[in-house]
Structure formats: C-alpha cells, structure tokens
Design a protein around this ligand. Structure first.
Ligand SMILES: *Cc1c(COP(=O)(O)O)cnc(C)c1O
Length: 473
C-alpha cells in the first residue's frame, strides 16, 4: 500500500485493446483504489469503467468495488506476512474479517487469494459457507453467540471458534459434547493495549465487553478461561487471540500486545503443561482515508511484528507458535468508493463571515454511518467533469432528517459544483455497505464490482418493494 501508482500491466493492455488511449489517464493515487484514474476529458474511471457509465447503468448512490485492487491487497497481506514469518521460522494464516464487507463474490475472491474468512455472526458464517469457503478455513467470533450460531459452526466444521467468556466455554463444550464433537477454540484475551488512529494506550484493566483480561497474572480471568478450556475434553484449545483496535497506524501496539499474549502462553504452559500452538494478533491495520495520509505498509508491519515476536519468544524460552492475523478494512476499504449525484447546493454563512457550501447528495448516513458514529473523515471529489472554477469550502451532507447526516465534514470542491454532478467519496469499501441501514426508509445502494473494463452487480439495490415486503400490515 506504500505503492501509489498502479504498475502498467494487464489493465492498460486491456484498455489499449478496447481502443482507449493509453497514457491519457492519470491514476489518482491514495486514498483512491489503484484502478481509479482520470481521463484528459476529466471523467474518472474505475478499472477502466467511466463513472458516467456506472451511474447510468446502476444509478446512484452506488458502492463501487475495484476487484483487482481488493485482490492485490489480500494477496499483498498474505505474501508480506508469509515472507516475514518464514524468516523467523513460523507459519502464519491471514483471515479476512468479513464484517468489513462480505458478499459471496468477496468471500470467493479473498479465499482465491489464499486468505481464510473470519465471521462474527450466523449471517456472516452463512455467506462464507454459501460462497464455498471450506469450514476449516472459517473462524467464528462474537461476544454473545447464540446456540444456533455455535451449532451451525460446529456442524460446518469451522476451523476455530473464538470464545469470549467463561460461560461460553461451558456452552461450546456442552454443545460439542452433545454432538460427539471436539470444538477447536481460541480464547480471546484483552491485553490492556488499545489502539486506533496514531496512538496506542496501554492500561492494566479493561472496561469493555470483549475478551478476558490478562490483568492479575495467575489469577487473571484470561488464565482461568484458558485453564478451563484445557480441562474440558470436548474442547481442543488451539491458542490465544487478541484484537487491539481498528484503523491503527502506529505498529508498536501490535508488538506490545503480542508480547503480552506470548507471555500468557508461556505461563499457561508452566501451570498446565499445555503449550498452545496458535496465537492470533487480530486486525486493525490502518488505511489512508485522506490525501496525504499514509496507510500501514504490510511488508513493514509484517517484518516489525515478526522480529518482535521472535525476540519475545527467545526471552521467554518458548518455541514460536503459528500466528494468524485478521485484516478487514485494509483489504476492502481502499478498494471501494461511493458514487453519488449532487442535489441541493446551499451556501451557509458560518462564524467569522465565512461561507460553507452545503452539498447534498442522494445518500448519506444510511450508506455511510462512520462520520456520524466516529467522526470519521473522508475525501470527496467531483468525478464526472473537470472545473477551472476556484474551489470553495464545502461540506458533503446526505438526505436524511438529521443535521449530523454528514458524509464529508470539510473538503474543497469547485465553486461551480451543482445539481447533477457526480461526486465520489474514497475508501468506503469497509464498514460502508456492511453498516448501512434503511433509515428514513431509504433502500440500500447496490455494490457494483469493476474488473478490467467491466462492471457487474454483487449486491443489487434494494427497492421500496423490498422494504414493503417485510411489513406485515
Ligand atoms: C473488527 C475486527 C477485525 C477487523 O478489523 P479491521 O480494522 O477491519 O482490520 C478483526 N478481528 C476482530 C476480532 C474484529 O473485531
């Protein structure tokens, strides 16, 4: 992801073969997907398909997913971690965190690229299974799994159930035992390391719903859970799991958390004689949302984490386990953009006499809740034409009945931005469609994949009939 320009290759050749002038397009670079380019005439293309064509064929708003970009990020993470961990003599598996965005095609793409799939609910599990991902290549998470979800996972032969509490250890063991099965489990622990944005913080105690705390050493909830999992014969304790946060740009949090987990593993071995085989370091690899932001580079982070776990294991005198990681956002986030049509444009006088131009689009918080939920920042550009008009301070807002219905807080847009313009918001592939709602009874937008000059619908647009179909009068 340090790479900003798409290397010339199959896509350019395909474009040349279709008679599109090679060399005329300029790749936009981060935070856009690698297939996003602007032609000399000013319209933007995604993997060779013009935004005008996408809007005409599929309507707006629409999520547009660049398949080649997504695949290359998936294989990029896998290769980077395999290479770095091979250097230290350890194996590693990469699980795609399906909650970031999951559909049948995306599950197949990431599996094709050698990733496994993490799910957190029965719905995500059903999609991964329907896509043909083999059970052993699927993980099931969740802090409050239902019996149905656990049974479905057991019957599908999932590779791992990540247990999140003492009661769940008993429940999974009971449900497996009743079926004559042995459940492969990992215990999710909280290391006191929390990361997100540019910083990480480390605290001894945990005040959140996930996992079991390592605080308290031999008497910690994490140790009690691990010992219980060892005791129950209906469970096979694969290892220890830790996920420290999301959108992490400072790699040191991963290293500190890994050391805590490896220490716990050594302590468990000392107390029970069981040295577990696996350690999962979770997801959270940060991406660029704004121009100038720099994503975590998978090669760099893989090397740093590998060196750090090697040093920790040497200090502890324990052999290295097999590792796994669970990137979601870093695989699908940069591969997606949202295409909107501009409607109402309204200049509003704000403090100190400045004017802010409110640019309303035909979607909003129902297709991207992250700005309202987390104050997340995004970048938008006019993509259907070029304008020589001086830029103005703009705020991109949606069509919902909330003043917090903001898509982009602050962005410079050409002063002649007007109804009918096409506007794209970058890096919406993760936690966009997957967190979308029907607020204001707005049908959710389609997800359209583009690959080498062709677009196809992965998820169709919802219709008002879909909404009415649920209503029993
Ligand atoms: C959310 C989550 C992930 C993925 O996080 P990203 O920020 O999308 O990489 C991985 N593992 C667990 C347990 C999660 O909850």
């Amino acid at each position: 992801m340090a790479q900003r320009r798409h290397p010339p290759g199959a896509r350019q050749r395909a474009r040349a073969a279709r008679g599109v002038r090679a060399g005329a397009d300029v790749t936009l670079g981060e935070p856009w997907s690698r297939g996003v380019s602007r032609s000399a005439e000013g319209d933007v293309r995604v993997a060779g398909v013009s935004v005008h064509e996408l809007a005409a064929q599929h309507g707006t708003p629409a999520y547009v997913l660049d398949e080649a970009d997504l695949r290359s990020r998936a294989s990029g993470y896998r290769r980077a971690f395999e290479a770095a961990f091979a250097e230290i003599g350890a194996g590693v598996d990469v699980y795609y965190a399906g909650k970031a965005f999951l559909s049948l095609a995306v599950a197949r793409w990431v599996h094709d690229e050698g990733l496994r799939v993490d799910t957190a609910t029965g719905g995500e599990l059903a999609i991964a299974l329907r896509a043909g991902v083999p059970g052993p290549h699927i993980g099931l998470h969740g802090n409050n799994k239902s019996d149905d979800e656990i049974v479905t996972a057991l019957e599908a032969g999932v590779g791992r159930i990540i247990v999140d509490s003492l009661v769940e250890i008993e429940r999974v063991a009971d449900l497996a035992g009743a079926r004559g099965l042995v459940a492969p489990v990992m215990v999710r622990v909280t290391t006191g390391v929390h990361a997100g944005g540019h910083e990480y913080i480390s605290t001894a105690h945990e005040d959140q719903k996930f996992g079991l705390s390592v605080a308290g050493g031999a008497d910690s909830p994490a140790m009690a859970a691990l010992r219980r999992a060892v005791e129950r014969p209906e469970l096979h304790l694969l290892g220890i799991h830790s996920h420290i946060g999301s959108q992490i740009l400072d790699p040191s949090g991963f290293e500190v958390a890994a050391r805590v987990v490896l220490t716990l593993r050594a302590e468990l071995a000392e107390r029970t004689g069981v040295l577990v085989d696996e350690v999962d370091l979770g997801g959270g690899y940060g991406i660029a949302y704004l121009p100038g932001e720099v994503a975590l580079d998978p090669d760099r982070i893989a090397k740093d984490v590998a060196a750090s776990v090697q040093a920790s294991s040497a200090d502890l005198g324990t052999p290295l386990p097999r590792f796994s990681i669970e990137p979601g956002r870093a695989i699908v986030g940069p591969a997606g953009l949202t295409l909107y049509t501009v409607g109402t444009v309204k200049p509003v006088r704000i403090d100190d006499g400045r004017v802010r131009t409110y640019v309303s689009v035909d979607g909003g918080m129902s297709d991207n809740i992250r700005p309202a939920l987390y104050g997340a920042q995004y970048h938008a550009e006019l993509v259907g034409r070029v304008s020589q008009v001086e830029p103005v301070l703009a705020r991109v807002v949606g069509k919902h009945c909330e003043s917090g219905d903001i898509v982009v807080h602050e962005v410079q847009l050409p002063g002649d931005v007007r109804a009918g313009d096409l506007l794209a918001v970058a890096a919406t592939g993760a936690y966009g469609r997957s967190m979308a709602s029907n607020y204001n009874q707005v049908p959710r937008p389609p997800v359209v994949a583009v690959t080498d000059g062709r677009a196809r619908v992965l998820l169709r647009r919802e219709t008002v009939d879909d909404l009415l179909a649920l209503d029993q009068g």
